[in-house]
Design a protein around this ligand. Structure first.
Ligand SMILES: [Zn+2]
Length: 283
């Protein structure tokens, strides 16, 4: 019998180019990788060229990496009441979708954004996504990420589920263990995990989920604060993380760590080993 092949990886830098990213992935023994497709610190957007993408895809096919995920840069806010931010966000996502098509990316993760307390965020987000639908390459989805529930930020499971239901199969969902914890699901607790499972079924269904972010949380469950912690060292805790890693309806999906790292340099080998331990843990 074939063993389950688990897709376990990390968010990695593209400094030095995508081939360098692949090297980093191999060092950390990742078989899936998440990247920002453009500089996360500015609006100066770009797409990867056809030549860069071809070179990358050839190299990836020779490597252990099976899937590449793009995360939209954090500046992007399609719920923003500020027209300039909204329009720059659309441009940035269009660039990322071009990269996604060239790189063969199936999942592009997007934070639903913040209405800055002015309301109307869901409407703007839906309008923007509707405009972007024709630009989503075939075989690719935009995944709305479930968030911690910080003031004014969209991203509770009910809202992102509803948006997916309005816009159809091109819009999916990304679940993040740290955000689930901060938003009030204590994943290490059997009753709370069941409530999480029922909410996913009720609001979106597992078919819509395309990726899991596996992070621990520096802030307590229900705190509505978003601060990632190294695996096993925070309020999600080992048991909560294991419950999510081993959850049958999600197991076929890529799991990506976005941990601060034990030397504060981002996802590292120690967190990857921890993730693999969870995936291998009995039961
Ligand atoms: Zn994210």
């Amino acid at each position: 019998m074939m063993r389950d092949i688990r897709l376990l990886g990390a968010h990695l830098s593209t400094a030095g180019g995508l081939l360098k990213t692949l090297e980093r992935a191999e060092e950390l023994r990742c078989n899936c990788v998440q990247i920002f497709a453009s500089n996360p610190r500015g609006w100066k957007g770009r797409s990867f060229s056809e030549a860069q993408a071809t070179e990358y895809r050839d190299a990836m096919s020779q490597s252990q990496v099976r899937e590449l995920i793009i995360h939209a840069i954090y500046l992007v806010n399609l719920a923003s009441p500020k027209l300039e931010v909204y329009e720059k966000s659309l441009v940035s996502l269009r660039n990322d979708l071009v990269s996604a098509g060239r790189l063969g990316v199936k999942n592009l993760v997007l934070h639903p954004g913040s209405d800055l307390g002015q309301g109307g965020g869901v409407e703007r987000l839906v309008q923007a996504l509707r405009e972007l639908l024709p630009d989503i390459p075939s075989g690719c989805r935009i995944l709305l990420e479930g968030m911690a529930g910080t003031a004014n930020s969209l991203g509770d499971l009910e809202t992102i589920g509803r948006i997916g239901n309005i816009l159809g199969p091109k819009i999916g969902v990304c679940l993040d263990s740290a955000h689930l914890c901060a938003s009030g699901y204590n994943l290490g607790n059997a009753r709370d995990f069941k409530r999480f499972d029922q909410d996913v079924k009720k609001y979106m269904g597992y078919a819509r989920v395309g990726c899991v972010h596996l992070n621990d949380s520096k802030k307590p469950c229900g705190s509505h604060r978003d601060h990632h912690e190294n695996l096993g060292k925070g309020f999600v805790g080992r048991q909560g993380l294991i419950n999510l890693v081993k959850h049958k309806p999600l197991r076929h999906l890529p799991y990506i760590i976005e941990t601060p790292g034990f030397d504060e340099k981002g996802p590292d080998a120690r967190n990857m080993r921890e993730l693999k331990k969870y995936a291998g843990a009995g039961g």
